[in-house]
Ligand binder design. Structure first.
Ligand code: HEM
Length: 214
Protein backbone atom coordinates (compact mmCIF):
# COMPACT_ATOMS: atom_id res chain seq x y z
CA UNK A 1 0.00 0.00 0.00
CA UNK A 2 1.45 3.39 -1.04
CA UNK A 3 1.43 6.53 1.07
CA UNK A 4 0.47 9.85 -0.42
CA UNK A 5 1.24 13.22 1.23
CA UNK A 6 -2.19 14.75 0.99
CA UNK A 7 -2.76 17.23 3.87
CA UNK A 8 0.07 19.81 4.32
CA UNK A 9 0.86 20.95 7.87
CA UNK A 10 -0.90 24.39 7.73
CA UNK A 11 -4.13 22.64 6.64
CA UNK A 12 -3.85 20.11 9.47
CA UNK A 13 -3.23 22.85 12.06
CA UNK A 14 -6.13 24.90 10.66
CA UNK A 15 -8.43 21.87 10.52
CA UNK A 16 -8.03 20.56 14.07
CA UNK A 17 -8.09 24.06 15.59
CA UNK A 18 -11.25 24.69 13.58
CA UNK A 19 -12.88 21.35 14.53
CA UNK A 20 -12.21 21.76 18.28
CA UNK A 21 -13.27 25.42 18.09
CA UNK A 22 -16.54 24.58 16.33
CA UNK A 23 -17.44 21.96 18.94
CA UNK A 24 -16.72 24.50 21.72
CA UNK A 25 -18.72 27.21 19.90
CA UNK A 26 -21.67 24.81 19.63
CA UNK A 27 -21.47 23.93 23.36
CA UNK A 28 -21.13 27.56 24.51
CA UNK A 29 -23.72 28.75 21.96
CA UNK A 30 -26.25 26.20 23.26
CA UNK A 31 -25.57 27.38 26.82
CA UNK A 32 -26.05 31.04 25.88
CA UNK A 33 -29.31 30.37 24.04
CA UNK A 34 -30.85 27.73 26.31
CA UNK A 35 -29.79 28.99 29.73
CA UNK A 36 -33.19 28.10 31.14
CA UNK A 37 -33.00 24.48 29.89
CA UNK A 38 -29.60 23.34 31.22
CA UNK A 39 -26.58 24.63 33.18
CA UNK A 40 -23.40 23.26 31.64
CA UNK A 41 -21.40 26.35 32.69
CA UNK A 42 -22.11 29.87 34.03
CA UNK A 43 -23.69 32.18 31.42
CA UNK A 44 -20.87 34.74 31.66
CA UNK A 45 -18.19 32.12 31.06
CA UNK A 46 -20.14 30.75 28.07
CA UNK A 47 -20.52 34.25 26.56
CA UNK A 48 -16.86 35.25 27.04
CA UNK A 49 -15.55 31.87 25.79
CA UNK A 50 -17.91 31.99 22.76
CA UNK A 51 -16.56 35.43 21.77
CA UNK A 52 -12.89 34.52 22.21
CA UNK A 53 -13.13 31.17 20.43
CA UNK A 54 -15.04 32.91 17.62
CA UNK A 55 -12.23 35.44 17.09
CA UNK A 56 -9.57 32.70 17.25
CA UNK A 57 -11.44 30.78 14.54
CA UNK A 58 -11.78 33.90 12.37
CA UNK A 59 -7.98 34.35 12.52
CA UNK A 60 -7.53 30.60 11.95
CA UNK A 61 -9.73 30.78 8.83
CA UNK A 62 -7.06 32.94 7.18
CA UNK A 63 -4.52 30.10 7.55
CA UNK A 64 -6.77 27.95 5.35
CA UNK A 65 -7.56 30.79 2.92
CA UNK A 66 -3.96 32.09 2.76
CA UNK A 67 -2.55 28.60 2.24
CA UNK A 68 -4.79 27.91 -0.74
CA UNK A 69 -4.50 31.43 -2.21
CA UNK A 70 -0.71 31.50 -2.11
CA UNK A 71 0.22 27.91 -3.03
CA UNK A 72 -0.45 25.79 -6.08
CA UNK A 73 -2.54 23.49 -3.84
CA UNK A 74 -5.48 25.65 -4.83
CA UNK A 75 -5.70 23.10 -7.67
CA UNK A 76 -7.43 20.68 -5.28
CA UNK A 77 -10.35 23.11 -5.30
CA UNK A 78 -10.36 23.96 -9.00
CA UNK A 79 -13.95 23.77 -10.15
CA UNK A 80 -14.94 21.13 -12.69
CA UNK A 81 -15.95 23.32 -15.61
CA UNK A 82 -17.79 20.59 -17.47
CA UNK A 83 -21.18 20.20 -15.73
CA UNK A 84 -21.69 16.77 -17.35
CA UNK A 85 -18.37 15.49 -15.97
CA UNK A 86 -19.13 17.00 -12.55
CA UNK A 87 -22.62 15.49 -12.33
CA UNK A 88 -21.42 12.10 -13.57
CA UNK A 89 -18.62 12.03 -10.95
CA UNK A 90 -21.04 13.20 -8.22
CA UNK A 91 -23.64 10.60 -9.22
CA UNK A 92 -21.00 7.82 -9.15
CA UNK A 93 -19.95 9.01 -5.67
CA UNK A 94 -23.57 9.13 -4.39
CA UNK A 95 -24.14 5.61 -5.80
CA UNK A 96 -21.03 4.45 -3.93
CA UNK A 97 -22.03 6.04 -0.59
CA UNK A 98 -25.67 4.93 -0.87
CA UNK A 99 -25.26 1.43 -2.30
CA UNK A 100 -21.83 0.30 -3.56
CA UNK A 101 -20.09 0.66 -0.20
CA UNK A 102 -22.51 -1.83 1.36
CA UNK A 103 -21.62 -4.38 -1.35
CA UNK A 104 -17.87 -3.91 -0.82
CA UNK A 105 -17.34 -2.10 -4.14
CA UNK A 106 -14.20 0.07 -4.45
CA UNK A 107 -14.45 3.86 -4.01
CA UNK A 108 -14.71 5.38 -7.54
CA UNK A 109 -12.46 8.28 -6.46
CA UNK A 110 -8.69 7.71 -6.44
CA UNK A 111 -6.93 10.55 -4.62
CA UNK A 112 -3.70 12.23 -5.72
CA UNK A 113 -1.96 15.18 -4.04
CA UNK A 114 -3.65 17.59 -6.46
CA UNK A 115 -6.95 15.76 -6.68
CA UNK A 116 -7.52 14.67 -3.12
CA UNK A 117 -11.27 15.30 -2.97
CA UNK A 118 -14.07 13.59 -4.85
CA UNK A 119 -16.51 15.77 -6.82
CA UNK A 120 -19.01 16.04 -3.93
CA UNK A 121 -16.37 16.88 -1.31
CA UNK A 122 -14.75 19.54 -3.48
CA UNK A 123 -18.06 21.33 -4.08
CA UNK A 124 -19.38 20.99 -0.51
CA UNK A 125 -16.12 22.09 1.13
CA UNK A 126 -16.09 25.20 -1.06
CA UNK A 127 -19.69 26.06 -0.14
CA UNK A 128 -18.87 25.54 3.55
CA UNK A 129 -15.59 27.48 3.54
CA UNK A 130 -16.44 30.30 1.12
CA UNK A 131 -20.09 30.91 2.04
CA UNK A 132 -21.37 29.32 5.27
CA UNK A 133 -18.30 29.81 7.51
CA UNK A 134 -17.74 33.50 6.50
CA UNK A 135 -21.46 34.23 6.93
CA UNK A 136 -21.42 32.65 10.39
CA UNK A 137 -18.36 34.69 11.37
CA UNK A 138 -19.86 37.88 9.95
CA UNK A 139 -23.19 37.54 11.78
CA UNK A 140 -21.27 36.55 14.93
CA UNK A 141 -19.19 39.73 14.83
CA UNK A 142 -22.34 41.85 14.33
CA UNK A 143 -24.01 40.15 17.33
CA UNK A 144 -20.85 40.61 19.41
CA UNK A 145 -21.35 44.41 19.44
CA UNK A 146 -24.76 45.37 18.06
CA UNK A 147 -24.37 49.00 19.13
CA UNK A 148 -21.08 49.51 17.31
CA UNK A 149 -22.39 47.73 14.19
CA UNK A 150 -25.97 49.03 14.41
CA UNK A 151 -25.97 50.55 10.91
CA UNK A 152 -24.71 47.25 9.45
CA UNK A 153 -27.29 45.30 11.48
CA UNK A 154 -30.03 47.59 10.08
CA UNK A 155 -28.67 47.15 6.55
CA UNK A 156 -29.10 43.37 6.89
CA UNK A 157 -32.71 43.63 8.06
CA UNK A 158 -32.35 44.21 11.80
CA UNK A 159 -31.25 42.26 14.85
CA UNK A 160 -33.90 39.55 14.46
CA UNK A 161 -32.70 38.70 10.92
CA UNK A 162 -29.01 38.67 11.87
CA UNK A 163 -29.70 36.54 14.95
CA UNK A 164 -31.93 34.10 12.99
CA UNK A 165 -29.26 33.62 10.29
CA UNK A 166 -26.64 32.95 13.00
CA UNK A 167 -28.86 30.38 14.76
CA UNK A 168 -29.99 28.70 11.50
CA UNK A 169 -26.38 28.34 10.41
CA UNK A 170 -25.58 26.89 13.83
CA UNK A 171 -28.20 24.16 13.17
CA UNK A 172 -26.78 23.62 9.66
CA UNK A 173 -23.25 23.25 11.09
CA UNK A 174 -24.39 20.66 13.65
CA UNK A 175 -25.83 18.62 10.74
CA UNK A 176 -22.73 19.18 8.58
CA UNK A 177 -20.39 18.00 11.34
CA UNK A 178 -22.38 14.77 11.88
CA UNK A 179 -22.45 13.98 8.12
CA UNK A 180 -18.81 15.10 7.67
CA UNK A 181 -17.53 12.83 10.45
CA UNK A 182 -19.60 9.89 9.11
CA UNK A 183 -18.28 10.38 5.55
CA UNK A 184 -14.73 10.82 6.89
CA UNK A 185 -15.04 7.35 8.46
CA UNK A 186 -15.61 5.70 5.05
CA UNK A 187 -11.96 5.26 4.11
CA UNK A 188 -10.40 1.85 3.46
CA UNK A 189 -10.49 1.52 7.28
CA UNK A 190 -12.80 3.62 9.53
CA UNK A 191 -9.84 5.60 10.92
CA UNK A 192 -7.87 6.01 7.64
CA UNK A 193 -9.01 9.58 6.78
CA UNK A 194 -8.69 10.73 10.42
CA UNK A 195 -5.11 9.42 10.57
CA UNK A 196 -4.40 11.16 7.26
CA UNK A 197 -5.64 14.49 8.67
CA UNK A 198 -3.23 13.97 11.64
CA UNK A 199 -0.11 12.68 9.87
CA UNK A 200 -0.69 14.25 6.45
CA UNK A 201 -0.31 10.85 4.72
CA UNK A 202 -3.18 8.91 3.18
CA UNK A 203 -2.73 5.22 2.38
CA UNK A 204 -3.76 4.52 -1.20
CA UNK A 205 -4.40 1.13 -2.74
CA UNK A 206 -3.63 2.13 -6.35
CA UNK A 207 -0.40 3.48 -7.73
CA UNK A 208 -0.71 7.31 -7.52
CA UNK A 209 -0.50 8.89 -10.95
CA UNK A 210 1.71 11.91 -10.20
CA UNK A 211 2.70 14.59 -7.69
CA UNK A 212 3.07 12.45 -4.59
CA UNK A 213 5.06 15.05 -2.63
CA UNK A 214 3.99 18.41 -1.30
C1 HEM B 1 -15.65 17.99 14.61
C2 HEM B 1 -14.91 17.05 14.15
C3 HEM B 1 -14.34 16.95 12.76
C4 HEM B 1 -13.71 15.84 12.30
C5 HEM B 1 -13.47 14.53 13.07
C6 HEM B 1 -13.29 16.10 10.93
C7 HEM B 1 -12.59 15.22 10.10
C8 HEM B 1 -12.07 15.52 8.86
C9 HEM B 1 -11.26 14.63 8.06
C10 HEM B 1 -10.86 13.22 8.46
C11 HEM B 1 -10.94 15.28 6.89
C12 HEM B 1 -10.09 14.71 5.76
C13 HEM B 1 -10.73 14.75 4.42
C14 HEM B 1 -11.92 13.88 4.28
O1 HEM B 1 -11.81 12.66 4.33
O2 HEM B 1 -13.04 14.41 4.06
C15 HEM B 1 -11.53 16.60 6.96
C16 HEM B 1 -11.40 17.58 5.99
C17 HEM B 1 -12.01 18.81 6.02
N1 HEM B 1 -12.85 19.27 7.01
FE1 HEM B 1 -13.27 18.32 8.77
N2 HEM B 1 -13.68 17.38 10.59
C18 HEM B 1 -14.33 17.94 11.66
C19 HEM B 1 -14.88 19.21 11.71
C20 HEM B 1 -14.90 20.12 10.66
C21 HEM B 1 -15.56 21.40 10.70
C22 HEM B 1 -16.32 21.96 11.90
C23 HEM B 1 -15.36 21.98 9.48
C24 HEM B 1 -15.81 23.33 8.94
C25 HEM B 1 -16.66 24.12 9.52
C26 HEM B 1 -14.56 21.07 8.69
C27 HEM B 1 -14.16 21.31 7.38
C28 HEM B 1 -13.31 20.51 6.65
C29 HEM B 1 -12.74 20.89 5.36
C30 HEM B 1 -13.00 22.18 4.59
C31 HEM B 1 -11.90 19.84 4.99
C32 HEM B 1 -11.02 19.81 3.75
C33 HEM B 1 -9.67 20.43 4.15
C34 HEM B 1 -8.84 20.94 2.99
O3 HEM B 1 -9.13 22.02 2.45
O4 HEM B 1 -7.86 20.28 2.63
N3 HEM B 1 -14.31 19.95 9.43
N4 HEM B 1 -12.22 16.71 8.16
Amino acid sequence: MDKLYIHPLPIRIWHWTNAIGFVLLIATGLQIRYLDLFQLMPFKLAAVAHTWIGFVLIANFFIWLGFYLFTDKIKVYHPELSPMKYFRASFRQIQFYGYGIFKGEPNPHHPTAYHKFNALQSMLYQIIMMLLVPLQFFTGVLLWDVTRFSSMVDLFGGLRVVDSVHVLLFIVFVGIIIVHVYLASLGHTPSAHFKAMITGYEEVQDEPKANTAA
